[in-house]
Design a protein around this ligand. Structure first.
Ligand code: TEU
Ligand code: CA
Length: 554
């Protein structure tokens, strides 16, 4: 495998709106990020992915872009962005922006022009169909609920949006659209970006000609996945994108891809893959249902383990997965992957180590390093996330009571990850001096960065140790490139694996509150990390404490 500059890095995702507010308007901003660069440097992360901060109506919190060449004034200015790139570089860090090009905002100039002249140049930037009374062009359901078709204002046409109606899909079959996208990407890369996280990219290739699929809910509509499963040839677009943009800059790119077929992995992330890496969503997708969030099955520790190992086996040494515990679309990982009632400092550290030591590139989502948890909600009116609001309706329509539906939303709402970063025990968790745009999780008085910095046993300091271990010159090669081999996979509530390279490391986590025994006939050389202060052992037999995790050199 050819070595790449990003292989041994650690990445960190920033959700700008909720990271740090520098001017008291309640909204996190780029100057706020700049002021926290030293915090991030101290944590040890190298690559910073920023969720979108381009000009946007913020209907989907920035994933609806109305100008790809502008920073939204709420987040700052272009000068701020340039300053951020420069300040990051000074500290040996690189910035990734979010590339959202499956769709733009309906407030983008292209869409405005398409409304003015649907048969002209910009009409061809979108998927438009003639409107027929009482009939939609297809029966597809948008990701955020309802049909994907909406009337094109002041015309006799309708346009396609697989996400929100304010996110019209761009027509990637049109070479002019692709040119515009590449031009913009190169413009940003010229500014010194490290690369891009590539949003919702699996959606850019549609199965043509459009047709209906069997309905999968009472609403008579079908999931977009039915259409995507039939769409062939996305590789042509992605290969072109790679050659015209990333490749020229040796940029890092990570794709939001979750429906690749096993045989296609080398195309995606092999030597000359479309992307540097793709996210592993196996655990986040687990238990999901086409019916909606209300119908999903909770994940158990054994499921979690099997999901991780399945992904690892699938990728092998073909390339690099990007491993996540959570992101801005998911609930907090500690609230999801740790059995209810057991979420504590030890179990949070265990989850961190088990995920972080997997083969691939570790991504930390803001606040994950503090063990931030899901936020309690008492009414649907408190919820901002458009996806959660739709899923609430879906749950009610399926017959759940408002209380039950609210419980579902509390479990899955994307707001869980979007509450303001908890910097201190001060007012608004130290996030803003004004009124935060989204409610702060009330647990900030006990879970916050300031307190954790001062506590050697905090979750944050454990993350620092994990990051330092990945960078330790002695073990780096093994952790970055070493093979992953599951151990004792069939054992209940135990997740263990070897990382084998120049050294052999054993990562083992007791995924339950009860103690559990393991035997190491050959013993071990050294303890590299332990979330407890002791190891209870007796002649080759280790009695692991509840949620104890160990990283041992064998
Ligand atoms: O998400 C793409 C995606 O697949 C979503 O359907 C995701 O499953 C959903 O958020 C779950 O509720 C990306 C972004 O990460 C997300 O924040 C955006 O809303 C979406 O694209 C549209 O740009
Ligand atoms: Ca602000």
């Amino acid at each position: 495998m050819t070595k790449k500059w990003w292989h041994d890095k650690v990445a960190y995702q920033i959700y700008p709106k909720s990271f740090y507010d520098s001017n008291g308007d309640g909204i996190g901003d780029i100057p706020g990020i700049i002021s926290k660069l030293d915090y991030l440097k101290d944590l040890g992360v190298d690559i910073l992915w920023l969720s979108p901060c381009y000009q946007s109506p913020l209907v989907d919190q920035g994933y609806d872009i109305s100008d790809y060449y502008r920073i939204d004034p709420r987040f700052g200015t272009m000068e701020d962005m340039e300053e951020l790139i420069a300040q990051a570089k000074k500290r040996g860090m690189s910035i990734l922006m979010d590339l959202v090009v499956n769709h733009c905002s309906d407030e983008h100039e292209w869409f405005q022009k398409a409304c003015e002249d649907p048969d002209g140049k910009y009409g061809k930037f979108f998927y438009l169909r003639d409107k027929k009374e009482g009939e939609l062009p297809t029966n597809w359901r948008s990701y955020f609920g309802g049909p994907v078709w909406e009337d094109l204002p002041c015309t006799s046409k309708q346009y396609l949006h697989v996400f929100h109606r304010k996110q019209p899909d761009l027509n990637w079959e049109n070479p002019e659209v692709r040119e515009e996208v590449y031009k913009n990407m190169n413009w940003w890369l010229e500014k010194g970006l490290g690369g891009f996280r590539v949003d919702a990219i699996v959606n850019i290739k549609k199965a043509l000609p459009f047709h209906d699929y069997p309905a999968d809910r009472e609403d008579g509509l079908c999931s977009i996945n039915a259409m995507l499963a039939e769409a062939k040839g996305i590789g042509e677009f992605l290969g072109e994108m790679r050659d015209r943009t990333f490749k020229k800059y040796d940029a890092f790119s990570v794709g939001e891809v979750f429906n690749e077929k096993p045989g296609e992995i080398p195309d995606y992330i092999g030597e000359n893959g479309y992307f540097s890496s793709i996210f592993d969503f196996n655990e986040t997708i687990f238990g999901g249902s086409e019916k909606g969030w209300y119908d999903s099955v909770p994940i158990t520790p054994d499921d979690y383990k099997n999901c991780c190992f399945e992904s690892q086996a699938k990728i092998g040494d073909t390339g690099f997965l990007s491993n996540i515990i959570e992101n801005h679309d998911e609930p907090r990982g500690v609230s999801r992957y740790i059995p209810q009632g057991d979420c504590c400092v030890e179990s949070k550290k265990m989850l961190a180590a088990l995920n972080f030591m997997l083969r691939g590139l570790p991504f930390i989502y803001q606040g994950q390093e503090l063990g931030m948890e899901n936020v309690p909600i008492s009414s649907i009116d408190e919820v901002d996330d458009i996806s959660a609001r739709d899923e609430y309706k879906v749950a009610l329509e399926a017959g759940l009571s408002p209380e039950e539906a609210l419980k579902v939303i509390a479990r899955f709402s994307r707001d869980n990850a979007r509450t303001p970063m908890q910097w201190s025990a001060g007012k608004n968790a130290g996030f803003t001096t004004g009124t935060p745009w989204l409610k702060v999780n009330p647990n900030y008085t006990s879970i916050n960065a300031k307190a954790q910095m001062a506590d050697p046993d905090s979750v944050m300091n454990f993350y620092k140790k994990l990051i330092a271990l990945r960078k330790d010159p002695l073990y780096r090669e093994t952790i970055v490139y070493g093979a992953l081999e599951p151990v004792w996979q069939e054992r209940h509530n135990l997740m263990a694996y070897y990382r084998k390279g120049e050294y052999t490391l054993l990562v083992v986590g007791n995924y339950q509150r009860e103690e559990q025994e393991i035997t190491l006939p050959q013993g071990y050389q050294k303890v590299l990390l332990n979330n407890y202060h002791d190891i209870n052992e007796d002649s080759g037999c280790i009695r692991l404490h509840g949620y104890q995790v160990l990283i041992l050199e064998i």
